[in-house]
Design a protein around this ligand. Structure first.
Ligand code: SF4
Ligand code: SF4
Length: 423
């Protein structure tokens, strides 16, 4: 289950409050998006809501429809808005159709009533937490610049109390990137999630000093450095591959395994060859090519004027998606981990290669280090799965191998290396 990336069905992230949020997280690129709609009240009207649900259902050829709510902070709309959304889903449901509502929230406005509603209607909730208190509060603050950790954890406890299905989205930023195991163990042992999505923060500073568009090659001090990202993922991978395979779902690792297995899609648009199947809808019905490109240049149209299905299948959207592959520099095309990375997301491609070609990913160094590091254990895991074993068998194989390495090394008076993964 993913909240923000999916490639097999039409996937639209709806933002019923636009960029409006009750918090003011320092790295939040959505906050600057309020400038796109200067006179708006940032509330989705009933007319847009009904058009959206109807068109989304009509556009689907599959029996399962995902309705993804995001923001800003989507709970600001109030529960009644979502009650109406559920009624509309029933109104337009075709025989055999099932709905999965997902919501990405900061969790701070949740209460028992919200959680009862989520449970009753089978919502999957994504909660944004950046790690334990000091790491979370570094950037995730309210408008008074106070940390939000306690309120988020309160929301999380309520979700657990009502047995609402949830998972966690953690940004990897300049501060928490230096504490990978602290972050991972907190999410696993204290937040008690079994599903984690890591999103690297790459915040580009535009010429005018804003972060409104994906322009310029300067990044904010809050952004993760490429080497930090690589080390962060490598440390967590090493913990996971020996202890948690089959128990903890880390989206980046799952996507890598799918690419190592040569499946048609990694399940994450950033690691697929092309993209463009996950669009974003603003509160007024404007459809943009991607959640990361809510910018005038990428506005496809409005659902009150043009059907969603035709916007999704438009030539413009198609080229947006194929551009992910077509705009790659030679360095990526010749890269030995291209099959796993695919140049990652175009929004981060603002470096020049060693030969001066444009379009190299800012995070390249980190991705390359990570994919090289996991290559050996991934090959073992994939080989096991192709022979009908479960992926978790890899833990036993690697542990045996490590033990025998340790024995051999101790015979010559050396200690073992910290891990067995290799390029
Ligand atoms: S631009 Fe990036 S985030 Fe958007 S769909 Fe393509 S790969 Fe995904
Ligand atoms: S690791 Fe770097 S060079 Fe290789 S595909 Fe990814 S971005 Fe391109």
């Amino acid at each position: 289950m993913t909240l923000s990336y999916r490639s097999s069905r039409i996937h639209v992230l709806a933002k019923p409050t636009g960029a409006v949020c009750n918090l003011a997280c320092k790295y939040c690129f959505f906050l600057s998006k309020e400038a796109l709609y200067p006179d708006s009240d940032f509330r989705m009207s009933d007319e847009v809501l009904e058009a959206y649900i109807r068109q989304l259902i009509e556009a689907h050829r599959t029996p399962q429809v995902t309705i993804a709510w995001q923001g800003g902070e989507p709970t600001i709309m109030g529960i009644d808005f979502y009650r109406r959304a559920i009624k509309l889903q029933e109104k337009y449901r075709r025989p055999g159709m099932t709905f999965e509502n997902t919501m990405q929230t900061n969790g701070t406005l949740l209460n028992d009533e919200w959680c009862r509603f989520f449970k009753k209607n089978n919502f999957l909730i994504g909660i944004s937490i950046d790690g334990p208190r000091e790491l979370h509060d570094a950037y995730r603050v309210n408008r008074e610049e106070q940390g939000t950790f306690d309120r988020v954890m309160h929301g999380l406890r309520l979700l657990k109390k009502h047995r609402v299905e949830y998972n966690i989205l953690t940004t990897v930023n300049h501060v928490n990137a230096d504490h990978p195991l602290e972050v991972y163990r907190f999410l696993r042992d204290e937040a008690k999630t079994t599903w984690i999505q890591f999103i690297p923060i790459v915040e580009r500073i535009n010429v005018d000093g804003s972060t409104l568009c994906q322009e310029g090659d300067r990044v904010s001090e809050r952004s993760v450095r490429p080497d930090q990202l690589g080390n962060f993922l490598i440390s967590i991978f090493d913990e996971w591959i020996y202890n948690d395979v089959g128990k903890m779902f880390v989206q980046t690792f799952e996507a890598a395994a799918r690419n190592w297995m040569k499946l048609p899609s990694s399940g994450m648009c950033v690691f697929d060859e092309t993209c463009g199947t996950g669009l974003a809808m603003e509160h007024n019905g404007d459809i943009y090519s991607c959640d990361h490109f809510v910018e005038p240049k990428y506005l496809l149209g409005n659902i009150l004027e043009k059907e969603l299905a035709s916007l999704v299948s438009s030539e413009r959207q198609h080229s947006f998606g194929s551009n992910k592959k077509d705009s790659l520099p030679m360095e990526c095309l010749e890269c030995d981990v291209y099959f796993a990375c695919h140049g990652e997301c175009p929004k981060n491609r603002f470096l020049k290669t060693s030969t001066g070609e444009a379009g190299l990913n800012y995070l390249c160094e980190g991705w390359k280090a990570f994919f090289h590091h996991i290559s050996y254990p991934m090959q073992i895991m994939v080989a096991l799965m192709l022979r009908g074993y479960s992926a978790s068998e890899v833990m036993r194989v690697l542990s045996r191998e490590r033990a025998s390495q340790e024995r051999a090394l101790s015979k010559i008076g050396l200690t073992s290396p910290p891990h067995v993964a290799r390029d």
